[in-house]
Each structure stands twice: as structure tokens, then as C-alpha cells.
Design a protein around this ligand. Structure first.
Ligand code: MG
Length: 452
């Protein structure tokens, strides 16, 4: 069984994700690193966080790695810390997953998510059970550093036009959902001179206020409060605050694909250069790139693919259409608080969020999923059929077919035996039609791939 999924190792805390797993995963990392170097270890606000963090610390020390315990913090905060002060990182987090979950995510020395091939090596070591356990006098040094979040906040402030933001004294309502962002976003916004109102800003792993996933229906109170107080902006993090979503001044949820394209447009007004986004993203990104005459690179789904491509091509901006935006001048990872600071910079220049949202082209989406038995064979058959259609297509992740007036993406899920089908067009009916075409292709291929 694969240990690492799309976002590290995830499962129910103290069942699958238990202290033994944390000890042995940290030992595997130490073995992979040949017992050399320093690893920073931190967690989000989940109840089992301290338990798993302690286990991971013990495991790493037993292989001779030095450990810095950076406490409770957002994932991007530890990523920045690792980039500047450590050789690797371990984050105990299950991001937006429900309350009972937890997870373990590894960070590479440059602060990006651990590369897939590295994870594979570590997985091999983990299942072999052969760890480099050092003798007593070589066990690692341990220290704590309570300064990681301060360092993170400072770095964000230095990456935006803080003076302009401060001069506007913007009113912002934030819902950090009792997650790790509760420890950073309120402080960051105060430092940026905002009038800050908070919801769910007490760190609490029971998540008494809302689910860690900031979906529109979980943010109705935030939306109400934005309207009631006449705020300029509402903002909400997921559990580990690498993502953020926004509510405009009228209390309306801002579509994350619109946010991505809107931000790309703004960044390109300040600086020209390539953009990077996964194939699942909206055509809006292509439109924005075309308008500014810059290159857009499509990648496989997953923020690590986006981050690596951005490094490779020297992109000025990139990100995913789920509120995971990457600002290379700050760091090469999804960063919710950084995104918020950048939005404030845009608003401070006299813009309204609702109007900015209208500045990017409108599209409509449709999506569905279907169970799959013979995923690989089915995918091959779909690809063959798609290439016979004569349209432009991309097979970097599943298959994406660009019709004249929209696109459909058919891709197998990384975690479940299903196909996901996304479509986009200028009209809702056309998006539904394209989604149906994709769905029928999968159904036909699934039938053809069934053993006779
Ligand atoms: Mg997250």
C-alpha cells in the first residue's frame, strides 16, 4: 500500500495515523538523510498534533538528526522556516480534512513539498523497517524555536506594499476556523494597520466553529458579518492556512478560479513573466496570460508540480483554483496569509473586490465523478478516442480536450478508484454538454476495458 498520497500521509488520528507510524516515518526520513542535518517539526491545531509531533521528534532524534520544534503553525510558516533554517521539515497536519483526521507531510530543504521520488525512497525504507539507528552518544540535539510565526509574518510584510496598506486602515473580518491560521492572520492584519474582526480565532482542535474546509456554506456567518459591519473584505483559511478564500464587500463568496486569474492579472501589471497553473484550472488564466502576452505553463494537478515548474521557468506567479496561490518572491509554496496581504495591497489602491472580480472573463463549470474498475486501461482507451477527435489535447494529467468553445478534463483520482470529469465553457449548458461527452467517453472505455 502506498504510504504517501497527494498530500503526504493522511488518516484517522490514533488509528492509522498513530505514534508508531510517526516514529517510523521520522526514522525513515533520518535514514534517507543519512543521519545528517537538522529537521524542523511543527503541527497544526488538531488535538492529536502534540502526540504525533512528539513521536516524530523522538524518531528523528533516534537516527541522529537534530530537531527544532517550531510549535503550532501554518504549513507555509514551517515551509519558510525550513527554507531558511533547516535541511528538512515534518508537518503534522491534515489540512482541510474533517476533525478526526491527521497527517504527516514532509518538506524538502528548499521549503517546497517533498519531491515524489524522495517520498518513494522514504516509503521503501519505511516498509523495509531498516532504520539507521545511531548509538547513544550520536542521538540528535533538540531545541525549540518559538519565533517561526513571527519570522513568517515579518517576511510577508516585507513582500507587500505595507505602507500603502497601512495608510488605508481597511476593515477586514476573518474566519480562521480555529485552525493554525488563528496564530498568524489576526497578527499579520493588525501589523498591516487593519481594523480586524475575528471569528473562530481561538486555536482549537475540536473545531467547534466550523469544518476546516472553507466552503461557501460554512462561511455564511462570515458573509453576514462582512455586510453588517461594512467591512472591505472577508477572509477564511483552511485548517493549515496554506489556502484562503475571500468574501467581497457585499458578502458574496469570491470564486477561487476568479481569485487566481484576478491575482495573475494584478501581478502581471506590476511585472511581466510566465504563469503556471494545473490543467484543472480555468481558461481565465489562459485569457489573462494572452492579454499580457506572457507564456502560461499547464502542469499536472498538485501544488508541488506548480511550484517546481515555476522555479524551472522563472514564473512571476502561479497557483491552483482552490485558493492555493504561490508568490515566488515570498516563497515557492501555497500561502494563504501571503495571498491575503496581496489582496489588501490591491484593495488599498482604491479597488473594490466585487469590481475586481468582474475584470476577469466569465466562464461556467460542470463536474462529476464516476467509479472505475480498470482505471489504467480505461484511461488509455479514453486517450485514444480523444486523439481521434482532432482537437488540441493535453495528457500531462489524465486527458484534457480543448474544443473551440470550452474544454473537458478526464482524470483518475490519485486517492480513490474514480474518474473525475471537469468541463468549462462560456455558457452553463455547454459546460454540462462537454461534461456529458467526457462522462460518456469514460463509460464506453470502462465497458471496453472490462475483462471478457
Ligand atoms: Mg491546506
Amino acid at each position: 500500500m502506498a504510504l504517501f498520497g497527494t498530500n503526504g500521509v493522511r488518516g484517522i488520528a490514533n488509528e492509522y495515523i498513530n505514534p508508531e507510524l510517526a516514529v517510523n516515518l521520522a526514522r525513515s526520513l533520518g535514514t534517507y538523510m543519512e543521519s545528517k542535518g537538522t529537521v524542523a517539526i511543527g503541527c497544526d491545531t488538531r488535538i492529536s498534533g502534540q502526540m504525533l509531533k512528539s513521536a516524530a521528534i523522538a524518531g528523528a532524534l533516534s537516527t541522529g538528526l537534530n530537531v527544532i520544534d517550531v510549535g503550532t503553525l501554518p504549513t507555509p510558516s514551517i515551509q519558510l522556516y525550513v527554507r531558511d533554517f533547516a535541511d528538512a521539515g515534518i508537518v503534522i497536519t491534515a489540512s482541510h480534512n474533517p476533525r478526526e483526521y491527521n497527517g504527516i507531510k514532509l518538506i524538502a530543504g528548499d521549503g517546497t513539498e517533498f519531491p515524489r521520488d524522495g517520498e518513494k525512497e522514504i516509503e521503501k525504507i519505511y516498509y523495509s523497517g531498516k532504520y539507521s539507528i545511531v548509538s547513544w552518544e550520536k542521538t540528535g540535539n533538540f531545541r525549540t524555536d518559538p519565533g517561526a510565526n513571527d519570522y513568517y509574518i515579518r517576511n510577508i510584510i516585507n513582500s507587500v506594499d505595507a505602507e500603502t496598506i497601512r495608510s488605508r486602515r481597511l476593515k477586514v473580518v476573518i474566519d480562521t476556523g480555529c485552525g493554525a491560521g488563528s496564530l498568524t492572520l489576526p497578527l499579520l492584519l493588525r501589523e498591516l494597520g487593519c481594523n480586524v474582526l475575528t471569528l473562530g480565532a481561538q486555536p482549537d482542535g475540536t473545531f467547534p466553529w466550523r469544518n476546516p474546509e472553507p466552503t461557501p456554506d460554512a462561511l455564511t456567518e462570515l458573509s453576514k458579518l462582512v455586510k453588517m459591519t461594512g467591512a472591505d473584505l472577508g477572509a477564511a483559511h483552511d485548517g493549515d492556512a496554506d489556502r484562503i478564500v475571500f468574501i467581497d464587500e457585499n458578502g458574496e463568496f469570491l470564486n477561487e478560479e476568479v481569485l487566481l486569474a484576478m491575482m495573475a492579472k494584478y501581478i502581471l501589471e506590476c511585472e511581466k513573466g510566465p504563469l503556471v497553473t494545473p490543467v484543472s484550472s480555468s481558461q481565465r488564466m489562459a485569457d489573462v496570460a494572452k492579454e499580457a502576452s506572457v507564456e502560461l505553463y499547464w502542469t499536472a494537478v498538485g501544488s508541488i508540480n506548480v511550484a517546481r515548474k515555476m522555479m524551472e521557468v522563472g514564473a512571476v506567479f502561479g497557483g491552483e483554483g482552490n485558493g492555493g496561490l504561490i508568490f515566488p518572491k515570498h516563497q515557492y509554496c501555497r500561502d494563504g496569509a501571503m495571498t491575503c496581504a496581496k489582496i489588501l495591497e490591491i484593495l488599498a489602491k482604491g479597488n473594490k473586490l466585487s469590481e475586481l472580480a468582474k475584470s476577469v472573463p466569465q466562464y461556467f463549470n460542470a463536474k462529476t465523478k464516476i467509479p472505475s474498475v480498470n482505471t489504467q486501461t480505461t484511461m488509455e482507451i479514453v486517450k485514444k478516442e480523444a486523439s481521434g477527435l482532432g482537437y488540441k489535447m493535453d495528457t500531462i494529467d489524465g486527458v484534457k480536450i480543448w474544443y473551440e468553445d470550452g474544454w473537458v478534463l478526464i482524470r483518475p483520482s490519485g486517492t480513490e478508484p474514480i474518474f473525475r470529469i471537469f468541463a468549462e465553457a462560456k455558457k452553463q449548458e455547454r459546460a454540462e454538454e462537454l461534461m456529458q461527452e467526457g462522462l460518456q467517453m469514460v463509460i464506453r472505455a470502462e465497458k471496453a476495458s472490462a475483462p471478457k
